[in-house]
Write a protein that binds this ligand. Structure first.
Ligand code: KG4
Ligand code: ZN
Length: 355
């Protein structure tokens, strides 16, 4: 069973083709990605209208690339999957509209996928895939969540950020330091040359006794520190970046370990853009190795948004029998959508079959 997947929730257009036949993990046949980062960089952040327009420009050429790389034709595709949410409404509508139009034209079912489910399952495409059950640390630009994952489609929220996400803390702090958008990777690179103990920054909710996060106060502390430094900021930027990264990483590591203790599970899956952070990976690896916990990550190039994770999630849901495509030609998108709301019986998503 061939599943074509579209990702267009934010500033990356992703298209991928997976083979979800049989019982094994769907196999990635090809994927293609176009990042809009250069376009948005001039504005210091994502401009939603420009994002939507660019998705329109990229999605079909990328689809052609993927099909030709996989040596398959559109007529061979069995299901068309797309990101239904969460994300930017206009950007989501591009992927949903193209997917559902193609599905209708081809007489094939279309399937709306939760973006975070895509991130969460993306380590299954790595050379060291996890096994269920596991705890997932989802750290993307808009979400910081700890979930207990029993099987595909069974996601229990253990804790989440009550304000900014970890990715936002990286991005906003980086912006305060004058680094280009998206700040996370730039801040991480600068931090390599800095002293992480140079500035004492808060570790919000570190001892809260629950698995919630809060990063808004950290950003304010970075701002206060930057103002205090004034002209000296330039010379101390690497130290401030290193101190900021250390604060974020310490909270993420400690809370993840608490989630492992609380659930008694022995596997941790890290997914989402911040999962690409080298310091987070090395500290989690060290802490988990000490405790006999296995940690799984997506391949580095599949940490940030991509179409492969969307095709994969659709394929895994279909294999698990969680999707029963309905007849109809309607679709919608869900710009705000909690992963914990994903209940097998409640979600038929945007399912289209012919006839
Ligand atoms: O998952 P993602 O691609 O998009 C969302 O679904 O939000 O995550 C993007 C986030 C951004 O905040 C970006 O700055 C952050 O991931 N990020 C990083 C790194 N690479 C990406 N943050 C810290 N270190 C990195 N190496
Ligand atoms: Zn994402």
């Amino acid at each position: 069973m061939l599943v074509l997947g579209f990702e267009s929730s934010c500033d990356e257009t992703g298209v991928a083709l997976v083979d979800a036949g049989g019982v094994g993990v769907p196999r990635l046949l090809a994927h293609a990605l176009f990042s809009q980062i250069d376009m948005h960089q001039a504005y210091g952040g994502v401009v939603p209208e420009l994002a939507s327009r660019d998705h329109i420009r990229r999605v079909l050429p990328l689809t052609q690339t993927v099909l030709s790389e996989a040596d398959r034709t559109l007529a061979q595709v069995d299901v068309i999957a797309y990101t239904r949410g969460p994300g930017l409404a206009g950007a989501l509508l591009v992927g949903a509209g193209v997917a559902c139009s193609l599905a209708a034209a081809l007489g094939k079912p279309a399937l709306g996928v939760h973006h975070l489910e895509g991130h969460l399952l993306s380590p299954f495409l790595s050379s060291d895939p996890p096994e269920f059950p596991f705890v997932a640390l989802l750290v993307s630009g808009g979400h910081t969540q700890l979930m207990r994952v029993e099987r595909v489609g069974s996601y229990e929220l253990l804790g989440e950020s009550i304000d900014d996400a970890a990715g936002e803390a990286f991005d906003k702090s980086a912006k305060l330091m004058g680094l280009p958008y998206p700040g996370g990777p730039h801040l991480a690179r600068l931090a390599e040359q800095g002293d992480s103990a140079a500035f004492k920054l808060p570790r919000p909710l570190l001892h809260s006794g629950n698995l919630d996060f809060s990063f808004a106060g950290l950003k304010t502390a970075v701002l206060t520190q930057a103002k205090k430094l004034g002209d000296a900021l330039e010379a101390r930027k690497a130290d401030l970046a290193a101190s900021t990264q250390a604060a974020i990483v310490e909270v993420l590591v400690k809370k993840s370990l608490s989630a492992m203790t609380q659930t008694g599970l022995r596997r941790l899956v890290v997914a989402g853009g911040v999962g690409a952070n080298a310091m987070l990976r090395s500290q989690l690896n060290a802490a988990c190795e000490q405790r006999g916990i296995r940690v799984h990550y997506p391949e580095l190039h599949l940490c940030t948004d991509n179409g492969a994770m969307i095709a994969l999630a659709a394929g895994m849901r279909l294999q698990a029998g969680l999707e029963a495509p309905e007849r109809g030609y309607m679709f919608d998108v869900k710009p705000r959508w909690s992963l914990a709301e994903l209940r097998p019986e409640a979600e038929a998503a945007c399912a289209i079959t012919n006839g």
